[in-house]
Ligand binder design. Structure first.
Ligand SMILES: [Zn+2]
Ligand SMILES: [Zn+2]
Length: 289
């Protein structure tokens, strides 16, 4: 565990918290708290036998709350929009996309109770530490970041500032929301940024957030370039513009890419930059050319 301030500790997941593991926070305060619980028993080794009163989850994905079951006496809190996908496997599958059930099955999906739902800007007082809920949707509808203003510590969750991100390859993801959320975090001007998959960022945080945001615009520009000639969804997906390569299981990664492309196409159609003709999409050209 790495101390970030008097009360807040970073717990680094195995393999530097890279997926399917993650990094999360332990808060040693009047209310003993975990902000996310990670995935896999070994993630909890450094915590020892500490009793946990409260779990605050950033979102419903298993790499962030797969260990909730290890604390059966703790209360679990999550945002109103992600809580249903924690409580129910079926809603989990609805949020991710039905392929997740067909290709991977649902046996690994652990349901978790959510005892209380929070909203944007709620203040969670743990004793000395007071966390502000920052609703940062896009990755998932109810994704939240948590800010302790006094110390300038921000837990950004899966706004993870990784070179492969942002990730919006599921049914319930939304690129416009993701863009707004990145800007929202930049405005908080944190001193310490905790990324769930990249660890601590303490330097050039606004520039890191800008670079991460630009990944979205770069992908979009490449999709638009590609649509100088008409292409269908499958052709665009196979160009691997978002993921660059499909690791195993390939069919799942193909579908995650496909959802990401669909979200980009919706955005480009809304802004009038492309048009759809049957199964094909093509760049919109000014009339008369
Ligand atoms: Zn996630
Ligand atoms: Zn994650």
């Amino acid at each position: 565990m790495q101390m970030l301030s008097n009360n807040i500790y970073l717990i680094e997941g195995p393999n530097y918290g890279q997926y399917p593991y993650s990094n999360f926070l332990y808060i040693d305060d009047r209310i003993q708290t975990l902000v996310d619980t990670g995935w896999g028993n070994e993630s909890l080794n450094s915590l020892g036998a500490r009793e946990i009163d409260l779990i605050i989850n950033s979102h419903f994905h298993l790499d962030h709350r797969g260990n909730n079951h290890a604390f059966p006496d703790a209360r679990v809190w999550a945002h109103r929009l992600d809580a249903p996908a924690m409580r129910s496997k079926d809603t989990f599958v609805d949020y991710v996309g039905s392929f997740s059930k067909e290709d991977v099955g649902t046996s690994h999906i652990d349901e978790s109770p959510v005892h209380q739902e929070f909203e944007d800007n709620d203040l969670i007082c743990l004793g000395e530490v007071e966390l502000q809920v920052i609703h940062t949707p896009g990755h998932t509808p109810g994704h939240c970041s948590f800010f302790w203003k006094d110390e300038g510590i921000l837990y950004g969750g899966d706004i993870d500032l990784s070179k492969n991100g942002p990730f919006y390859g599921t049914m319930a993801s939304n690129i416009d929301s993701f863009i707004s959320s990145i800007k929202k975090l930049k405005n908080l001007n944190p001193r310490i940024y905790v990324s769930a998959h990249k660890g601590l960022i303490t330097e050039d945080i606004p520039a890191c957030l800008d670079k991460y945001l630009n990944h979205i615009y770069e992908r979009e520009a490449r999709i638009l370039d590609s649509l100088a000639i008409p292409r269908n969804l499958e052709e665009l997906t196979m160009q691997k513009i978002i993921a660059r390569s499909f690791g195993e299981p390939e069919e799942v990664n193909y579908k995650l890419e496909m959802y990401g492309i669909i979200h980009h196409l919706e955005r480009l159609m809304k802004s009038g930059q492309i048009i759809r003709d049957g199964d094909y999409y093509v760049e919109a050209r000014p009339q008369g050319f």
